[in-house]
Design a protein around this ligand. Structure first.
Ligand SMILES: [Mg+2]
Length: 272
């Protein structure tokens, strides 16, 4: 890959995407366990950063551990936890209506926010596999009535064992149509999820690099947050479609690695 550069100096921590980067559904991507082990051995800080709002950090860590990737709850940043923190900081003590699953409602409660189904100050929405016409009606009325609208992540579709599934962004399209309001977006490609993760590692954005498989989400979020970026050809992007994705996303990664062994060699040095 002629675009590859020498690893820029000064990257002290890494924000690592999950689906398509470390695993595909229940299956670990080769080298994922070795990458995390090497980061720990070198005492290089890292966090797992995911747009998925349905799982709690505990569940995400357990999922990683089950497939052989060492992970701790406090190393997981989800769009739900970042959304909860964002709302708690922007409007402390506000009343929040949650449209989402356990990962979102638990994050909101842990951030000290008050959940309500009446006259919310904020409507926060993630993926909700129980979403109904009634949910849509209430969301549209609340937002039209002046509630702020926050979206955990704008993903339109998600891969699953059975095929593509509508994501939080698809539900949001209906809410936007009915309410006439565009949400504040927390997850990738927007910056707030990355800002949250950068604050958690306690470094400047320029000292942190995002590792992910998708130019439109991971790499764009890294660019938007002011981080370095490493693209792995383990998921959405392949050597063949890379030029098309660069064109359609309008972003390029600082470093492109064909697999996770190459990522490990670049950021941890070769060998273990
Ligand atoms: Mg991914």
């Amino acid at each position: 890959m002629e675009r590859m550069r020498i690893l820029p100096k000064g990257w002290k921590a890494y924000l690592i995407d999950l689906d398509g980067t470390l695993y595909h559904g229940p299956r670990m991507i080769p080298g994922a366990d070795g990458l995390i082990t090497a980061l720990r051995a070198k005492r290089i800080p890292f966090l797992f950063v995911t747009n998925n709002s349905s799982r709690t950090p505990e569940e995400v860590a357990a999922h990683l551990e089950a497939m052989g990737i060492s992970a701790r709850t406090e190393e997981v940043c989800t769009s739900a936890v970042a959304a909860a923190r964002y709302i708690a900081q922007a409007q402390p003590g506000c009343k929040v209506a949650a449209i989402g699953e356990a990962g979102l409602t638990i994050a909101l409660k842990e951030a000290g926010l008050q959940l309500t189904l009446e006259e919310p100050d904020v409507v926060v929405q993630g993926i909700d596999r129980q979403f109904t016409y009634d949910t849509l009606t209430r969301a549209a009325r609340w937002i039209r009535g002046g509630a702020r609208y926050v979206l955990t992540n704008p993903d339109l579709l998600l891969p699953s064992q059975e095929g593509l599934m509508p994501g939080a962004g698809t539900l949001s399209a209906a809410i936007q149509a009915a309410s006439g309001v565009k949400p504040t977006v927390i997850g990738k490609p927007a910056a707030p999820l990355m800002d949250f993760a950068i604050a958690r590692v306690g470094l400047e954005a320029s000292e942190v690099a995002v590792i992910g498989d998708n130019l439109h989400t991971d790499i764009a979020a890294g660019v938007n947050a002011g981080c370095g970026t490493i693209l792995t050809l383990t998921g959405v992007t392949t050597a063949d479609n890379l030029p098309d994705y660069v064109k359609s996303s309008g972003v390029e990664a600082d470093l492109v690695c064909r697999d996770l062994d190459e990522v490990r060699a670049r950021i941890c040095g070769s060998g273990e």
